[in-house]
Design a protein around this ligand. Structure first.
Ligand code: NAD
Length: 349
């Protein structure tokens, strides 16, 4: 199978995708869609592309005959680009976050069902080797069921992209990475959230760059999130700092080095003199680019017809955590999250 690709959006993240795609012999870039010609020119030069550049997606669809659209624009553009591509007969791979509103993401899934085409969303952090290994440990039952998950991210993002001008820039752009990982690590589906959003004194953002949240998952695990995208100094990893408390043990990972865990064969055993047993999940010596693993899974899924790990019908459970958080902030209350197999796929109450 040969992928004839139109890619839309020549921002900073496009390098990650193109470094992978241009090494594959099953991919050909047939056109670029970018509103800003100077940005497209940079990519053409770097990768030696001679394909046409269009400022408008519909024009590209009218003139080109591809089978895969890659959407690397920002979240406010994803709905229109993805639905137009699906309707034009393209499968779609695209960057997170899927959409900006409940109406948008429901319409995106409806269009997938109506067209029979595929839409797979990038969540690269799932493809970190240690993340997979922590998940395997947690789901093995060795530590008992996961009961309380804590994640935090304190970083300093630049303000270059439009996405950093949103009302809740941290939540509406980057938090999906944290939320998707949380769901993945404990194999939970979110059922509610209560989110407190704020913009710390001195923040360079117009909108809220920080927040604290409590999510409930269907497996009984509680996820506590906190983060600030405008921290000065002592950053955490972009992959978050994690503590996974299970009934009989705990895993701790700083998102950068080795993960460590301790567990007991018997609840309260430490008070009877039974020492904790421990283990390490080593950081690999060579760390692969996260996008490589994700893209391999995405292309493989399209070739085999099997679902990718981040197929849109799964990914709606992660974007739901963002959209429910926005509702929670705006209504200053806990919001319940419900999923359906058919339209409307996501309902917030
Ligand atoms: N997975 C990750 O680790 C990761 C990291 C950074 C960014 N991202 C995501 O990648 C996406 C892009 O981020 P970025 O930093 O490259 O953004 P960016 O703002 O630098 O670039 C986006 C580009 O899309 C173009 N664009 C926007 N709307 C368009 C349209 N309708 N038609 C054609 N071109 C259009 C803009 O002109 C711009 O060049 C975002 O959704 C972001 O959240 C993901």
């Amino acid at each position: 199978m040969k992928f004839r690709i139109i890619f839309a959006g020549c921002g900073d993240i496009a390098y990650r995708w193109l470094d992978h795609i241009t090494k594959r012999d099953d991919c050909e870039i047939i056109a670029i869609v970018e509103k800003n010609p100077a940005r497209a020119a940079k990519y053409q030069e770097r990768y030696g592309f001679s394909c046409p550049v269009y400022g408008d997606l519909e024009e590209a669809f009218a003139k080109e005959h591809g089978n895969l659209l890659i959407d690397l624009t920002y979240v406010t553009a994803h709905h229109d680009i993805v639905t137009a591509a699906l309707r034009a007969g393209y499968d779609v791979m695209g960057e997170k976050p899927m959409g900006f509103t409940v109406e948008q993401v429901n319409d995106m899934l409806k269009t997938v069902d109506e067209t029979g085409k595929r839409y797979i969303v990038m969540q690269n952090r799932r493809y970190i080797k240690q993340v997979k290994e922590i998940r395997e440990l947690v789901l093995s039952g060795k530590l008992g069921d996961p009961v309380y998950l804590c994640g935090e991210i304190f970083v300093n993002a630049d303000l270059a992209s439009i996405r950093n001008q949103f009302k809740y820039p941290q939540l509406q752009d980057n938090n999906i990475h944290s939320f998707d990982l949380a769901r993945y690590l404990v194999d939970g589906t979110p059922t509610s959230v209560h989110y407190h959003s704020f913009n710390p004194k001195g923040s360079m953002y117009k909108g809220d760059a920080a927040g604290d949240a409590v999510f409930e998952f269907d497996n009984g695990c509680i996820y506590s999130f906190r983060g600030y995208n405008g921290s000065e100094g002592c950053y955490t990893s972009w992959d978050n700092v994690w503590r996974v408390c299970c009934e009989l043990g705990t895993v701790v990972w700083d998102g950068a080095g080795d993960a460590v865990y301790e567990y007991t064969p018997e609840r309260g055993g430490i008070f009877k003199g039974i020492p904790y047993q421990s283990g390490i999940i080593k950081r690999p010596e060579t760390v692969r680019d996260q996008h490589d693993g994700a893209l391999e899974d995405m292309f493989n899924a399209l070739k085999t017809g099997k679902p990718a790990g981040t197929e849109c019908k799964d990914n709606i459970k992660s974007i739901a955590m963002v959209l429910a958080s926005v509702k929670s902030i705006e209504e200053n209350r806990k919001v319940e999250i419900e999923f359906n197999d058919t339209y409307p796929y996501l309902v917030l109450r």
